[in-house]
Design a protein. Sequence first.
Lengths: 332, 670
Amino acid sequence: MSNDVWIIAEQKEGKLKKVSLELLGIGKKLAEKTGGALSAVFLGHGVDNLAQELDEYGAGKIFVCESEALKDYSNETYTKAIVDLVKAHNPAFLLGAATALGKDLFPRVAARLQTGLASDCMGLEISDDGLLVAERPMFAGKVLVDTIIPEARPQMACLRPNVLPVPEKESEKAEIEKVTVEINPQDLKATIKEMVKTAGEKIDLTEASVIVSGGRGMASKENFKILEELASAFGEVAAVGASRSAVDSDFASHDIQVGQTGKVVNPNLYIACGISGAIQHLAGMRTSKYIVAINKDSEAPIFQVADYGIVDDLFKIVPLLTEEVKKLKAQD
Amino acid sequence: MEITREIFWNVGSAARILPYVLGFIVLVIFAYGLIRRIRLWRMGKPENRFDHIFKRIGSLFSFGFLHRRIIKELYPGIMHLFLFWGFFILFLGTFLIFVQEDFTKLLFDEVFIHGNFYLIFSFVLDLFGLLAIIGVILAAFRRYVLKPDRLDNKPEDLISLILIFLVLATGFFNEGLRIAITRPDFERYSFVGWEISKLFVSLGESGASLTSLHATLWWVHLFLAFGLIGYIAYSKLLHLITSALNQFFRSFAPSGEIKPIPDIENQETFGVAKLQEFTWKQLLDTDACTRCGRCQDNCPAYLSEKPLSPKKVIQDLKDHLTSQGKNLDKGEGAEEQVMPIASSVITEDELWACTTCGACQQACPVFVEVIDKVVDLRRYLVLMKSKFSPEVKLFFKNMETNYNPWTIGFATRADWAKDLNLKILAENPDVDYLLFVGCAGSFDERNRKVTRSLVRLLQKAGVNFGILGTEEVCCGETARRMGNEYLAQILMQQNIELFNKYGIKKIITLCPHGFNTFKNEYHQFGGNYEVFHHTEFLWNLFKEGKLKWKTGVKMTATYHDSCYLGRHNNIYDAPRKLLESIKNVKLVEMERTREKSFCCGAGGGRMWMEETIGTRINHMRIDQAASTNASVVATACPYCLTMLGDAIKEKGMENKMAAFDLAELLEKAL
């Protein structure tokens, strides 16, 4: 068996997911330790140009599995493509992303390869005896455990997105190898006939990395517009949420309610506007990475969980924020 | 002339035999009907309701014969009282005649219904017969003219009323005819018959035609009366047996106690999927229900347009029981394909709408239990099917990982007490009382204020108490009422181990839900403690002079009874007396108060579910509070405080009204 590290890159509707680059970053570090080569595997149909985006991030080789059957994600076709490739090359480590797709795909791949899988990892390293040590949260994040896969090979792990940084670009070009995937339609138990999208174009609240949320302090349904403006200044990663009392007062619809009886979210940035911070709301957002609270009442409990607090009129602050974000975005 | 009457006058010799033959047949028909229902109840599991026999007889006497609960509502109360006592006395009268004619007269030639006794006998029977007729008229008027929402009309209601009326009317007409023909002057004591006789006399019919009319009517009366007796066992009239049984077999456990799933580790099924998993008493409940609808009139879920009506639940179960009874006749195996009750007989929306406030059970004149059935059916949904809303899932998950309903780490449970210098039992177990803070009092910023107020009051009174700090876990009350008995038992046993470890004997709670669970449920797992709710405890301190108020607080306040403090545990006075002990406090009562108090909408796990159907219960309650013009609504429960506080905000009433816990108001007076 080699010492090679493989990562499975992920794309969705013609766009490369950021976590693929995060995987390359950590994969590079692991490969340096094991002395093996780093390779990326890319699956899809008509995605040659996307594979280029993976280049110059440290991978020595990029396998592009190109097939009509891989156009849309299907557990069966993707598993077959990956398993066949792995069996042919025998990498020592196989890393994927703990996204919705990854959580569906990799357990099946691991079962096919009869190996172990450390899911939803926060960190990966190589121990002195060459084993992959995966750091995983357990019991709702109360403890972190180090998981190893002592015997079965390859050692597999899924990495949580947004945990590790995207690496710097390098100059070395990768060798791109096209892989033909043979999939016999008759072997498939299910085929995709049509993809039906739900809920329009807006990003789902639970997937947004920025959430701008409004409470009763918004005073009316119309005023939620300024929150939408702030959210759209952040781009498509941002969404608008609401507290229960805002929903109860009909300022916003229930499907964007954040809290105990609504959605539980943990974005990188949560901006709470005119939200007092009743416990039922905190229960839905307190695990956000950074919390910014804007409220006139300096006694409001929201400030106890906030990383940054602004005691002022939100109608003054939010438009200012929108302007600043727009300026910063323009500099990018 | 002797003052008596010939009993089988004018009805021929057949009357000496035929009624007994018919009577026997009717009794067989009656017994068959009754036994069929008894067989259905016996499908249920065993349950011991044969303890406290004398208490049970007392219950039957006071709630059955004396109508103690029925009379609480005046109109239907009087209506039923007249019908019940009317028929009871008429039955006694007929029984006395039977005794005289077939025993004393036959065997000893003794006729005791004569002379003054005859006069009294006649008068009393006429009086009670008349009351019964008034009762029928009141009933018919209410049912078909006033038409209260809580009454639904079925053919059996009309048939029963008509039959009862005809039996009574033909009886009186018979008496009138007899008097019109024989005309003894002393019969004026049979005052109803006497007046009717005058009617016949004024008609001027010949004696002969009256005589034959009397003979015919006598038989009509007899057939109707026997028909009525036979009908009892096949209609709602059977309640005169089943409701009486239910009053006899009523539960003497506190209404706030939920029965455990015993030996839960070794059970293979949980909760109730089919009727056989209820106990016989729970099945009897469904037959004891008379559809009077008092439960529905007091149910916060029903009144806020939720799909739940306790009456409907019990009646749907009864119909299900009847239809299952048909399978019973077909023999084994026929019941196998039956759908689970939860969702096929009682919808999930109905089951999850219940706040377990107990208003239905308090109102029920015949002690039908509803909460136990709701919890049993929820247990099936939760523990067997994992069917519950996403909010409930989050609640369970949080409870399992952090022992509180929110996504907050258990290590921060005692953060509220950081600067208060309290005894933590792990460090210093030398205390007289454990202050069990509870989840809301520990984590929720609003309720933390209440906790701090209470701590100040206790410290002021010099009470030696401590807290469990981060070791405390949720009391398990809410998980239990949401049907997650497994989770509830884990939490309860965890607390009991802690309590016992520190040798705790006396507990003060902030929350009536914890109070109820410690007091009425922890004994199920060997935890026996003296438990005080803070209102009770503070009132005792005040009475003993350990707490004194320095200043008055000028306000008009209304007190909202928490269901688990009031209805389930009978603590109504302590909080009110405490409020009134503060100078310048004017206490005003809401229309629904004390036993009839209206739930805030959070009990039974409703706190943790979205309320998407109908009107918000807390909005209704705050409107009721606002109509007293009080500026403060005082509570003694974190759930109530949250719900009413939210309602005030949501309805934009902040300028008019505020919600406080009693402890906060008392602290202001220190």
